[in-house]
Structure formats: structure tokens, C-alpha cells
Design a protein around this ligand. Structure first.
Ligand code: NDP
Length: 331
């Protein structure tokens, strides 16, 4: 039998955490034959709620769950973890200034960077979910220089899956028969969901989405805004945010990163730019990637038209501004 892997979930008593830990314990993230020890971190005010989650994990009697560490101590939480899912963060509040929100998160991610750097297992893979996800990941990267930058990522897989879902609904095909959409840039409303390379399985062959969706205008307008604003639409309907799909996407992200993407298929991940596609090196930006043996690599050489280029640059510009704001909070 395999040795258990240690998986950290921060903000574990929150909405996403509550949906995520049972998925991990059932093998949705690391596979049905991979035992896990779940480390849950939350802050003092959530300690009691965290106890409740721990009780429920015990009561669920998951065969793969070999241990639980539930704590409000970041050092204890990070000890020996192989995978870290960073969900904890200071939530957006309507009356709050953007700078105040950024400031709170920058200090959280700076502190957690050192805890991870000093105590996580070597080669620990990190996924940041908490918003502003790309910039939180950037801060984590800058303040944990001994963690290789290829091991730090942020979640745009939810946006990716939403894009697949919209195409699937439009063409009345199963979502598994749609592939290779791309989310470029920031996990925010400036993200660019791109279908120019996406294909659909017609039963005989994979055909470009652009050939199958007769209304090209829909792809350039409503499709994009629907994906960008899907989070807000769910909050409106549910009066709560999209925790189930966010948790599921976090599992998909880590699953594919560690276990690989199917041949001929790519996914979107927020990773450190190397300058590909003209994106400023060092930014955490969502790119199309393929994964093999626990390593992602960027899909290179895709044709980018003017429409796409403008949108890719606009979301990069927002990330550059966020980075500047984050740094101004540090000083
Ligand atoms: P959620 O579990 O709903 O969300 C957690 C984070 O994920 C937020 O930053 C949220 O951003 C982000 N997020 C990213 N994608 C999505 C998505 N699709 N849907 C919803 N959220 C998304 O928040 P809760 O408030 O329920 O839980 C947060 C937990 O973090 C709490 O248990 C709290 O105690 C803990 N916390 C930890 C801190 C720390 O580590 N120092 C500080 C503050 C809180 P957005 O805000 O934009 O919705």
C-alpha cells in the first residue's frame, strides 16, 4: 500500500474548506488508491467550527483518511505537507477598500509563505484559492524563495470548467466531449476565456468549437461575460458563493498536476510567467498547461489573434497593478 500523503487545507472551517476536505478524503484529488492525512488550519475564531469539521470527518469513516491534524497553529499545520491548498483569506467586504483587503491578504500570505518554506515537505505543491488568488500566490512565491516557483500555482480551473460547461450547454454535448478552452490571466472579471483552440468530440473526430457554434458573435460576447460573471450569478441565486464547484475545481487542478493530463488535452493553471505570449515574466498568470509526472509545462506556439492579444494584455495589466498595490501594502 502507498504511504499516505499529507494535504494541508487552510481556511478549512470555511465554506470551500467544508466542501473540499471530504472530496480529498474520498480520493477525488489524489486518486482512489492514495491514502491521505488531512491537515486543517484555521484562525482562532473558527477553532470551534474546525472541531465540528473534524468530528464529521471522523463520522464519515473514510477508508483513505489515515489521520487528521486540526489546528490554529500555522507551523503545526504545515509540518511535512506534500500538498497545500490555500483557501484561507480575508474575504471581500462591500464597505472595504481594495487596498485594505489587499493589505490583510498580503500579510496572511507573507506569514504563510515562511511557515510553508520552513516546515512543508521538500517539493510540496501549493495551490492558492483565496482571492486575490494570483496576487496571493505571487506574494507566497516572493516570500518563500526556497520553494521552487514551479511548485506555486493559483486556481483558474473553476473558470476553465465553467467555460467547458457553457460550450457543452450551448452545443448540447456532454462536457467530457469538450476540451482545450483556455483561461488567460487573472482569476477576476478581466480573465479571458478563449475558445479559439477548443474542440468538440463529434463521435468521429474532434472539431473546432468555432466551426460548431454557428453564432460566432455569441462566442465573442455573451460566452465571455457569462464565464467572467458566473461567480456573481451563483451568489445571486444561492445567496452564498460557489463553494462546491470551487472545491471540485481545486481537486481537478491538483489531480491533473500530480497524475497528468490526458494526451492531447490541456488545462488552465495560474503559474509563474516565463515571458511566453508576451506576458511579463514573474507574474502569476493563467496559461494553458499539460502535466506529466508531476510537472506542468506551458502549451507553446498557439496562434493568438488581435482580439485575444488585447484581452490577454488587459488582464496582465490588471495583475501588474495588483502587484504594485500588494507591494505598496508591504512597505
Ligand atoms: P470561502 O471558503 O467561501 O472562500 C475562501 C476564499 O476563497 C475567499 O478568499 C474567496 O474569495 C476565495 N474563492 C476563490 N474562488 C472562489 C469561488 N469560486 N467561490 C467562493 N470563494 C472563492 O470563505 P469563508 O469565509 O467561508 O472561509 C474562509 C476561511 O478562512 C474561514 O474559515 C476563516 O476563518 C479563514 N480565514 C483565515 C485567515 C488566515 O488564514 N489568516 C484570515 C481570514 C479568514 P472571495 O473573498 O473573493 O469570495
Amino acid at each position: 500500500a502507498k504511504d499516505p500523503m499529507r494535504v494541508l487545507v487552510t481556511g478549512a472551517a470555511g465554506q470551500i474548506g467544508y466542501a473540499l476536505v471530504p472530496m480529498i478524503a474520498r480520493g477525488a484529488m489524489l486518486g482512489p488508491d492514495q491514502p491521505v492525512i488531512i491537515h486543517m488550519l484555521d484562525i482562532e475564531p473558527a477553532a470551534e467550527a474546525l472541531k465540528g469539521v473534524t468530528m464529521e470527518l471522523i463520522d464519515a469513516a473514510f477508508p483513505l483518511l489515515k489521520g487528521i491534524v486540526a489546528t490554529t497553529n500555522a507551523v503545526e499545520a504545515c509540518k511535512g505537507v506534500n500538498v497545500a491548498i490555500m483557501v484561507g483569506g480575508f474575504p471581500r467586504k462591500e464597505e472595504m477598500e481594495r487596498k485594505d483587503m489587499m493589505s490583510k491578504n498580503v500579510s496572511i500570505y507573507k506569514a504563510q509563505a515562511s511557515a510553508l518554506e520552513q516546515h512543508a515537505a521538500p517539493n510540496c505543491k501549493v495551490l492558492v484559492v483565496a482571492n486575490p488568488a494570483n496576487t496571493n500566490a505571487l506574494i507566497l512565491k516572493e516570500f518563500a524563495p526556497s520553494i521552487q516557483e514551479k511548485n506555486i500555482s493559483c486556481l483558474t480551473r473553476l473558470d476553465h470548467n465553467r467555460a467547458l460547461g457553457q460550450i457543452s450547454e450551448r452545443l448540447k454535448v456532454h462536457v467530457g466531449d469538450v476540451k482545450n478552452v483556455i483561461i488567460w490571466g487573472n482569476h477576476s472579471s478581466t480573465q479571458y476565456p478563449d475558445v479559439n483552440h477548443a474542440t468538440v468530440n463529434t463521435g468521429k473526430e474532434w472539431k473546432p468549437v468555432r466551426e460548431l457554434v454557428s453564432d460566432g458573435q455569441w462566442l465573442n460576447t455573451e460566452f465571455i461575460t457569462t464565464v467572467q460573471q458566473r461567480g456573481a450569478a451563483i451568489i445571486k441565486a444561492r445567496k452564498l458563493s460557489s463553494a462546491l464547484s470551487a472545491a471540485s475545481a481545486a481537486c481537478d487542478h491538483m489531480h491533473d498536476w500530480i497524475l497528468g493530463t490526458p494526451k492531447g488535452t490541456w488545462v488552465s493553471m495560474g503559474v509563474c510567467s516565463d515571458g511566453s505570449y508576451g506576458i511579463q515574466p514573474g507574474l502569476i498568470y493563467s496559461f494553458p498547461v499539460t502535466c506529466e509526472k508531476g510537472e506542468w509545462s506551458m502549451v507553446q506556439g498557439l496562434q493568438i489573434d488581435e482580439f485575444s492579444k488585447a484581452k490577454m494584455d488587459a488582464t496582465a495589466k490588471e495583475l501588474i497593478e495588483e502587484k504594485a498595490l500588494a507591494y505598496s501594502c508591504l512597505n
